[in-house]
Design a binder for this molecule. Structure first.
Ligand code: BES
Ligand code: ZN
Length: 616
C-alpha cells in the first residue's frame, strides 16, 4: 500500500455460493476485487462528457496477476500502478447491454494495491442524461444526472459493477459556475473555487453496491426539512418540492422505530427535471425523485417512504445479483407501507396495499400460470439485470412479507426483520439466505408453522400461494360500489370524486369499464375535470383510458404529457397503448415519439424504441 492510502475503510464480504453469482458482471472478485473507488472527474457540458481519473483500491488473492472490471464504452488512455508505472490492459469483446471486460495486468505484488485509470466516458454514456437549459424548469442552465441501477454505472465509472461487490468511494468533481454538484455521499470540506469552475468533494465511507454511486449537477438550491433531512431542487421548483417532502423527517423517525437506526447520516432528496426515467432512486444520503410525484397534497409521497425504506432493504442489505431483486424491492414495498401506516394511519396504508395487490393480480393473470417470471427468485432461464415484473418483484414480494407478518404476528415479524437488517448490514444477500434466516429465526422448531407459511413456495414457485393475505375489502368499499354503479349505466359520481383521496380516484379509474364511447369519455372528463388534472398519476390513468378508446380530443393532452414527462412508467405504457390501436394509434405514436424521444433518458428510450421503432 502506498503511504498516501486513505485509512482503510470497512471491507464487505463477497459471497461465493453459486446462487450469489452475478452473471451480469465480468469481474472475478475471488481473484481481485475493488474495495474503494476514488474519482477525480471534470464535467464537460459542451461535449456532454465526463472524464478524469479513477483510482481503485484492490484486494487480491495470492498469485493474482490481473483484475477484471466492467466497461461499457469507456475511452481509456492510460492505466498505472501506485508508483506511476504503466500497466497493460485489454478490452474484450463487447456484449449488447453489458459492455466488455476491461482486463488490467497488475503483475504480482501485495494483497492490497492501487491502480489509476485515466479515461473519458463515451458521449452517449447510458447512465447519464445531459439536459439542455430548455429541458429544465429555470431554462437558463444545463443539468446532468445519473442513473446507475441496474448496470449502467459501467458507462461512466470503470469498476466492478456488481451489487455483490461493495465499495467505499470518494469523488472530487469539477463543474462550470454557477452549477452545483451533489452526489450520493456526504460532502467533504469546502467547495473549491477554481476561477470559472468549482470543485465539489463527496465521500461514502460505508461499502455500497456500485450502482448506488450517483451524481447530479445543475442550478439547484437546498432547503432544510429536519435535522438530518432536506431537499434539493431547481429554484423554480424548490417551494413545491419542499412542501411535498415536508413529512420526510417524520418518516425517518418512523422507519427507525420499526427496523432500527438510520445508518447513513443525512437523508436528503433531489427533485430532478421531469425526464428522470424513474419515480425515485434510493441513492444513499440523496434520494433522486421525479417531479411528477408533486401533487400538492403529499398524496404521492409513498414514493419517499419507498426510497427511504431502501436505506435498509437494498442499500444496507443488498441483492447479491439481479435474480433476487425482490429482496430489494419487495421488502422495501412492504416497509414503505408500514411507514405510510405509521404516519397516516391504517386506512391510507390498506388502500395503497389494495392498489398494489390489484396491480399484482393483473400482472400474474397477464403472465399466465406457471410463468417462471412470476416467482420471486428469478430462475436462470429468465434472469438478467432488467428481468422481472413489477407486479411480482414489488407487489408479490410485499404480499409475501405481509402474509408472514399476519401468520406470525406483527411483534414477532418486526423483531425478525430488524435482526435480518442488523445481521446483514452492509452485506449482500440471496433468496436462499433470507429463507434460511426465516426458518432459523422465525419458524424454529415448529413444523405446523412451517407448513402454514409455505416459505419455499413463496420464493421459488410461480403464481400466488394459497395463504396470501388478501387486501381488506372495506378499504375501497365505497369506490368499488360507485365504479360498479357507473359501469352498469349509472351517472358519473361527481360529488363523491370531489371528496376522494388520490388512492380512491386511482382505484375508480382502474375499475372503470375499459371500453367507453367518445360520448361517455367526454361526459367523464366533463364531470371529473380529468383534462385539467394536476396529479400526474390520475392524469396518466385518464390518458391510458382515453387513448385505448381512440378518443381524439385527448390526443393533444397526451402529446403534451409525453413531451413534458420522461418517466418510463408513464411513457412506455402510453406508447404501447397507441401502438395497440392499429391505423389510428401507430402513426400517432411514431409522430409523437419522433419529437419527444430526444428529451428522454436512455432507460426510457431503451424500452420505448422496442415498442415504437420495431419493424414488423
Ligand atoms: N430502485 C428502484 C428503481 C429501479 C429499479 C431502477 C430497478 C433501476 C432498476 C426504485 O426504488 C423504485 O422502485 N422506484 C419506483 C418507485 C415506487 C415503487 C414507489 C419507481 O420508479 O416507480
Ligand atoms: Zn424501489
Amino acid at each position: 500500500m502506498t503511504p498516501d492510502a486513505p485509512p482503510q475503510t470497512m471491507v464487505a464480504p463477497v459471497l461465493t455460493s453459486a446462487d450469489a453469482r452475478d452473471t451480469a458482471t465480468y469481474a472475478r472478485p475471488e481473484v481481485a476485487r475493488v474495495t474503494h473507488v476514488d474519482l477525480d472527474l471534470a464535467l464537460d457540458f459542451a461535449a456532454k462528457r465526463v472524464g478524469g481519473t479513477a483510482t481503485l483500491d484492490l484486494l487480491t488473492a495470492p498469485g493474482a496477476t490481473e483484475v477484471v472490471l466492467d466497461d461499457r464504452g469507456l475511452q481509456i488512455s492510460r492505466v498505472t500502478d501506485a508508483g506511476g508505472a504503466e500497466l497493460p490492459f485489454t478490452v474484450g469483446q463487447s456484449v449488447e447491454g453489458r459492455g466488455a471486460p476491461l482486463t488490467i495486468a497488475i503483475g504480482t505484488g501485495a494483497e492490497r494495491r492501487r491502480i489509476a485509470i485515466q479515461y473519458t466516458a463515451a458521449p452517449g454514456a447510458e447512465a447519464l442524461q445531459w439536459l439542455a437549459p430548455e429541458q429544465t424548469a429555470g431554462k437558463a442552465q444545463p443539468f446532468l444526472f445519473s442513473q446507475g441501477q441496474a448496470i449502467l454505472n459501467r458507462t461512466w465509472i470503470p469498476t466492478q459493477d456488481s451489487p455483490g461487490i461493495r465499495q467505499t468511494w470518494r469523488a472530487r468533481i469539477t463543474a462550470p459556475k454557477p452549477l452545483t454538484v451533489v452526489m450520493s455521499g456526504l460532502k467533504q470540506g469546502e467547495t473549491e473555487d477554481l476561477g470559472d469552475r468549482r470543485a465539489f468533494t463527496y465521500a461514502m465511507d460505508k461499502p455500497v453496491a456500485p450502482y448506488l454511486i450517483a451524481i447530479a449537477a445543475g442550478d439547484i438550491a437546498f432547503r432544510e426539512i429536519g435535522p438530518r433531512t432536506g431537499v434539493w431542487a431547481e429554484p423554480a421548483t424548490l417551494a413545491a418540492a419542499h412542501h411535498e417532502t415536508a413529512d420526510t423527517e417524520k418518516m425517518v423517525v418512523a422507519a427507525e422505530k420499526l427496523y432500527g437506526p438510520y445508518r447513513w447520516g443525512r437523508y436528503d432528496m433531489i427533485v430532478l427535471p421531469p425526464s428522470f426515467p424513474y419515480g425515485g432512486m434510493e441513492n444513499p444520503t440523496l434520494t433522486f425523485l421525479t417531479p411528477t410525484f408533486i401533487a400538492g397534497d403529499r398524496s404521492l409521497n409513498g414514493l419517499i417512504a419507498h426510497e427511504l425504506a431502501h436505506s435498509w432493504s437494498g442499500n444496507l442489505v443488498t441483492n447479491a445479483n439481479w435474480s433476487d431483486s425482490w429482496l430489494n424491492e419487495g421488502v422495501t414495498s412492504y416497509f414503505e407501507n408500514r411507514i405510510i401506516e405509521a404516519l397516516y394511519g391504517p386506512r391510507r396504508a390498506s388502500q395503497e396495499a389494495a392498489l398494489s395487490f390489484a396491480e399484482m393480480e393483473g400482472e400474474l393473470a397477464k403472465a399466465g400460470p406457471d410463468n417462471p417470471e412470476t416467482a420471486l427468485h428469478l430462475p436462470d432461464s429468465v434472469a438478467g439485470p432488467d428481468a422481472g415484473l413489477g407486479g411480482v418483484i414489488y407487489d408479490k414480494g410485499a404480499v409475501f412479507m405481509r402474509t408472514v407478518e399476519t401468520i406470525v404476528g406483527r411483534p414477532r415479524f418486526d423483531a425478525w426483520l430488524r435482526q435480518w437488517f442488523d445481521n446483514h448490514a452492509f452485506q449482500p444477500a440471496t433468496s436462499a439466505m433470507i429463507l434460511a434466516d426465516m426458518k432459523a429465526n422465525l419458524v424454529g422448531n415448529d413444523p405446523a408453522l412451517a407448513h402454514r407459511l409455505m416459505l419455499d413456495e413463496w420464493i421459488y414457485q410461480p403464481g400466488l400461494p394459497a395463504n396470501a393475505v388478501r387486501p381488506n375489502p372495506a378499504a375501497f368499499a365505497e369506490v368499488d360500489a360507485a365504479a360498479a354503479a357507473y359501469g352498469t349505466g349509472g351517472g358519473v359520481p361527481q360529488a363523491a370524486w370531489a371528496k376522494w383521496t388520490t388512492a380512491e380516484r386511482l382505484r375508480f379509474m382502474a375499475k372503470l369499464p375499459r371500453e367507453r364511447t367518445a360520448a361517455q369519455l367526454g361526459a367523464l372528463d366533463q364531470a371529473l375535470g380529468l383534462s385539467n388534472e394536476g396529479n400526474d398519476e390520475v392524469l396518466f390513468a385518464w390518458l391510458q383510458l382515453a387513448l385505448a378508446n381512440r378518443y381524439e380530443p385527448a390526443v393533444p393532452l397526451a402529446e403534451q404529457f409525453l413531451a413534458r414527462v420522461g418517466r418510463r412508467k408513464f411513457v412506455a405504457p402510453l406508447f404501447e397503448t397507441l401502438m395497440g390501436e392499429g391505423e389510428w394509434g401507430q402513426p400517432l405514436a411514431r409522430r409523437i415519439y419522433a419529437t419527444t424521444r430526444p428529451g428522454y433518458h436512455a432507460v426510457t428510450t431503451g424500452t420505448v424504441d422496442k415498442l415504437v421503432l420495431k419493424k414488423d
